[in-house]
Each structure stands twice: as C-alpha cells, then as structure tokens.
Design a protein around this ligand. Structure first.
Ligand code: HEM
Length: 167
C-alpha cells in the first residue's frame, strides 16, 4: 500500500484533498470517517486488486467428485484460488493492468466486482474487517501528514527507496 502510494503522486494528491475536505488537518481520522471518504475506499479496493498479496491460495478440499465448468474434479482434490486471474479478468475490469481507483467510483455503467483478496463464501478470511480497518486508519493518517516520494536508485538494481517528506 505504501509502495503504491509512493508510485502514484497524483493519487496522493487526490487522497490528500479528500482528507482535507472531509476530516481537515486538526484531528486524526477515525473509523467513522470511512463511509465519507469515497475516493479513499476506491483507492483501497484498487490496491487490493492490484497488489497480489496471494496470487494463488490453496483453499478447500473436494469431499466428493464433482464437475465445474465441464472439468471433472476428483474427490480429495485441493482447490486453489487463482486471485491473479480473477483480479485481471478484462471481462470484470476494464484495462485490468491499469491502476485506476476511479473504476470503483463510477456511477454510470456496470460497477466492477470488489476484489476477492480475502476469499469468498463461508471459508473467507476472518481477519478481513480487522485488516481493512487498520489499513484505513494507518493510510489515512500517513496521507494526512506525509507526502511519499518514490526514488528509483540508479545504483541499486533490485531495491528501491521510499523517502518520507513532511508536507
Ligand atoms: C492482508 C492480510 C490478509 C489476507 C490477504 C488474508 C487472506 C486470506 C485468505 C485468502 C484466506 C482463505 C480464504 C479461502 O480459503 O477461501 C484467509 C483465511 C483466513 N484468515 Fe486471513 N488474510 C489476511 C489477514 C488475516 C488476519 C490478520 C487474520 C486474523 C486476525 C486472518 C484470519 C484468517 C482465518 C482464521 C482464516 C480461515 C478462515 C476459515 O477457514 O474459515 N487473516 N485469509
């Protein structure tokens, strides 16, 4: 999330402006603000879609033979969730490789599916609301107080540095 923020200064500007409009700079963000920060929520959704926490995730074991989409699934098979493919399906997300939080705010046309980073259904992640609450509180506070500047170091080929500058 920090890396995505730092890579997209134009997004930081939009998020900062929304935070100033809704919260201001004199108090800390609280979870009650979450419903009011439309663009921030869209940004979080787009980060979850593109950041690939898990590309593949071994999930349920098939307890009896079945057929899914014409494929035979033998008893005892382990189902692997393919998040990468789901999050980059062009039928679900227009220009899936583009980082575009606005896709989640559009009021016209079909709104894209929310990302499934935490799985779906009965087995989905029990920590989802905890993680998203913490991510919201942490990131809103960071954007409210800092501007993140991503510098690609010429010398280091593998690693990059993130520089924090006080606004
Ligand atoms: C970014 C952080 C996290 C991600 C991306 C994540 C993602 C996932 C995924 C993909 C599953 C499997 C869903 C499935 O099999 O369909 C899962 C299961 C689970 N997660 Fe997380 N998780 C995260 C953090 C947490 C945290 C912080 C907790 C606990 C406080 C937690 C607790 C669980 C539990 C208990 C399950 C098993 C649910 C079940 O089998 O009924 N997760 N998580």
């Amino acid at each position: 999330m920090i890396k995505t923020l730092a890579e997209h200064p134009e997004e930081q500007d939009k998020l900062y402006k929304e935070i100033l409009d809704v919260i201001g700079s004199n108090r800390q963000p609280t979870i009650e603000d979450k419903g009011k920060l439309t663009y921030f929520n869209a940004f979080l959704s787009e980060v979850m879609r593109t950041s690939d926490f898990f590309n593949l995730f071994p999930s349920l074991e098939c307890i009896k033979e079945t057929t899914v989409g014409g494929y035979r699934i033998p008893k005892g098979s382990i189902m692997v969730l393919n998040f990468y493919s789901a999050h980059r399906n062009p039928e679900t997300y227009e220009e899936p490789d583009k980082f575009n939080p606005s896709r989640f705010t559009q009021s016209t046309g079909r709104r894209p599916e929310q990302p499934i980073t935490f799985g779906v259904g009965k087995q989905s992640c029990l920590g989802e609301s905890y993680v998203m609450t913490q991510a919201f509180l942490f990131l809103t506070s960071v954007v409210q107080h800092f501007h993140l500047n991503y510098r690609k170091m010429q010398i280091q080929l593998v690693t990059n540095s993130i520089c924090l500058e006080i606004c």
